[in-house]
Design a protein around this ligand. Structure first.
Ligand code: ADP
Ligand code: MG
Length: 270
């Protein structure tokens, strides 16, 4: 039986509908993501159901918590935990406008939280496929906790082969293999995470250009951008480490978590 929710205000508009800040019966805040499935062809409806299937499988301190989902008058409603601090995209934007960088300790704390969440996802043979600052949320007071959300285009790998053929994503975070229309795999998520780390450190996109063509050229052939010297050598090295063009030579998320600079933060989180 679905709970009763009171919608308060729209907090985000996506390609499939909108996200509401809502309140449950106990006046606890949550998010209601609405997806109008009544007019969708069966294939798309299946994709919407995919998001619920994936989210409901994942329970982790650094993944946006799933509560329940139901269909009401042809609208699929997905209820999740509310991130009061919003998404990293907005937080980065705010910091940029007041000309301040995030401190290294905070960058590494958020990064490690996201990396641990991604390990949980990959360990379950799921690919996120759309890791970007807009899909990483910050919850709680103080500096808050970073959590991955929006599993809208994630994939559960069906077979023993470790790839998923469809290539989608936001251009800035596209990996070289996706630019070359090769299959998406776990390493492509690692690439996107490397782009997120760069952005947290510098408040700039790792790869940027005026046109799609220019962007793809940079992703395929450009040297990974350097993190400024105010960051420690270990953190500066982590970016090119994750932005290796060849996915086979790029570390897995487990290997990233083994890097001493990351292990050090994991110990502090536990
Ligand atoms: P889409 O598939 O449309 O990208 P998202 O789940 O990413 O859907 O939600 C779109 C936007 O709504 C987000 O970028 C964010 O601004 C807001 N939003 C979504 N979920 C939450 C949440 N749990 N807490 C706070 N804001 C959220
Ligand atoms: Mg999103």
């Amino acid at each position: 039986m679905a709970g009763t929710y009171r919608r308060l205000r729209v907090i985000g508009k996506g390609s499939f509908g909108c996200c509401w800040l809502a309140e449950d019966e106990r006046q606890e805040r949550c998010v209601m993501k609405q997806i109008d499935i009544s007019t969708m062809p069966a294939g798309q409806r299946e994709e919407a159901a995919n998001e619920v299937r994936v989210l409901s499988k994942l329970r982790h301190p650094f993944i946006i918590g799933y509560k329940e989902s139901f269909v009401e008058e042809g609208v699929l409603c997905i209820i999740t935990e509310y991130a009061g601090r919003g998404d990293l995209y907005q937080l980065i934007h705010d910091h940029k406008s007041c000309g301040r960088c995030f401190e290294e300790s905070l960058v590494m704390r958020w990064f490690t939280q996201i990396a641990l969440a991604l390990k949980h996802v990959h360990d379950r043979k799921i690919l996120h496929r759309d890791l970007k600052t807009q899909n990483i949320f910050v919850v709680g007071s103080g500096d808050g906790t970073a959590k991955i959300g929006d599993f809208g285009i994630s994939r559960v790998l069906q077979h023993t082969s470790d790839c998923a053929m469809t290539a989608i994503g936001t251009p800035y975070y596209l990996s070289p293999e996706i630019c070359q229309e090769k299959p998406y795999n776990q390493k492509s998520d690692v690439w996107s995470l490397g782009c997120v780390l760069y952005e947290l450190a510098t408040l700039q996109h790792a790869f940027d250009a005026d046109s799609m063509r220019g962007l793809v050229m940079k992703i395929l052939r450009g040297v990974p951008p350097q993190v400024p010297l105010i960051f420690s050598a270990e953190v500066r090295e982590l970016v090119p480490d994750m932005l290796v063009k060849d996915p086979c030579a790029r570390p897995s998320i487990n290997q990233v978590l083994q890097r001493p600079v990351v292990r050090h933060v994991i110990h502090q989180l536990l």
